[in-house]
Structure formats: structure tokens, C-alpha cells
Design a protein around this ligand. Structure first.
Ligand SMILES: [Fe+2]
Length: 216
């Protein structure tokens, strides 16, 4: 296993957790309280690099070949409105001019869900944001994150937290979720002058955090 080309660094550590600004959070909660989780997302396939059956690209569930999650459809207008307010914060954090690529969710994960160990889509998902919307009951579901120095962090969230992160850094939720539901939204940006070409042969999926930590 090898890294053909070293991954880029935009910030020192690769991630930063903050509270969602009040006005934005208020608007998000208005949308969330109207949202209904009627949309079952289930497109399972066996991904050999994870050695897991996954839906949604990277979501596995303990002891089942039929992993799923639910989704509430938040309007594109709402995502565009939020992305516009978030983008200056993201640009300030990473020091790059950004193009907004995509916002999606709200994803609702259920008991026994795991997020397989991965880096995001190298063509466009470079500077990203997780918004932690809700959980029930209040149980932590840590995000494992490997920083630029190869150090592993376990990031936990309270409702109303957001995590800015360089999504080409390895991340996962290896511990199966033990609660009833856990709800997040995601936003992705790309530096305006981004060129993915040097990284095309690098590994982006792993069987375990340990496998990613062993990579050199
Ligand atoms: Fe990801």
C-alpha cells in the first residue's frame, strides 16, 4: 500500500469544531422541525476495499447485508441559503477561495450504523462541513479522523456543533451507533484552482483505521 503523491494540506490540523452561528442554526431548526424522514436510502453493494456491504457509498450496518439510512428532503433553496452564509467561514478557515459543490441531508442513521474508513471524492469534495442536527437518545457516535501528521482523533458532537474538515483526510465512524437515530447534514466545497490529477492513484478506501494508519 502506498501514497503515490502526498495529499494536500490546507490547514495545520485538518479539522476544526465550532458551534453553528445562532442565526443559521435557528433557520436550520425551522427546516428540521418541518422535515419528515420518509425517504429510505438503500442501495447496498459489496465494496471490497471496505470488505463490507454498504449503502450510500460508505454506510455499513452490523450483521446485515441490507444497510440503510433515512433522508429528509431539505429544499435546494435552503441548502444554497446556508452554503452562502457558511462559505466565508470556510474560506477563512482554509485560506482558499472556494466553489460550493453540494449540500445534502438531513441523513438519519440508525442503530448499528457504521461509516467505513474513507477519504472523500477527490475530484470535488475537498473542504467539507458536517452539521450535527439531532440525536436520540443522547449517545455519542465519535468520528475518527486522521490528521495531517497521522494522528488519530475521536471527535464527538453536541447538537448544534459543526465540523469543518479537509475531507481528503481519512475519516470514519468505526464504532456501531447504539442509539435510535443520529442526524447530520453535509456541505462540500472545492478550491477554485483545484486539480485532482496528482492524487488519482492514491488510496481512498480502507478496511480499518489501522490499515489507514499503517499507510505510508
Ligand atoms: Fe466522507
Amino acid at each position: 500500500m502506498s501514497i503515490t503523491n502526498p495529499w494536500p494540506r490546507f490547514t495545520k490540523e485538518g479539522f476544526k469544531k465550532e458551534r453553528i452561528p445562532d442565526d443559521l442554526y435557528f433557520d436550520m431548526m425551522l427546516e428540521y422541525n418541518k422535515a419528515r424522514f420518509t425517504d429510505i436510502q438503500q442501495d447496498p453493494y459489496f465494496e471490497p476495499h471496505y470488505d463490507q456491504v454498504v449503502s450510500g457509498g460508505a454506510i455499513a450496518m452490523l450483521d446485515t447485508d441490507e444497510p440503510f439510512y433515512l433522508r429528509a428532503n431539505i429544499s435546494d433553496q435552503a441548502f444554497d441559503r446556508w452554503a452562502k452564509k457558511l462559505q466565508p467561514l470556510m474560506e477563512k478557515w482554509c485560506g482558499e477561495k472556494l466553489n460550493f459543490i453540494q449540500g445534502y441531508g438531513i441523513r438519519s442513521y440508525h442503530k448499528d450504523s457504521m461509516l467505513c474508513v474513507h477519504r472523500d471524492e477527490i475530484s470535488t469534495h475537498i473542504i467539507s462541513l458536517i452539521v450535527h442536527v439531532d440525536e436520540h437518545p443522547e449517545v455519542k457516535w465519535p468520528l475518527e479522523f486522521i490528521d495531517h501528521d497521522g494522528k488519530l482523533h475521536k471527535v464527538t458532537f453536541d447538537k448544534g456543533d459543526m465540523l469543518m474538515y479537509e475531507s481528503l483526510c481519512v475519516h470514519a465512524r468505526e464504532t456501531p451507533f447504539t442509539g435510535e437515530y443520529y442526524r447530520n447534514m453535509y456541505f462540500h466545497w472545492c478550491p477554485v484552482d483545484w486539480d485532482p490529477t496528482p492524487y488519482q492513484n492514491n488510496w481512498v478506501r480502507y478496511r480499518s483505521i489501522q490499515e489507514a494508519l499503517n499507510e505510508d
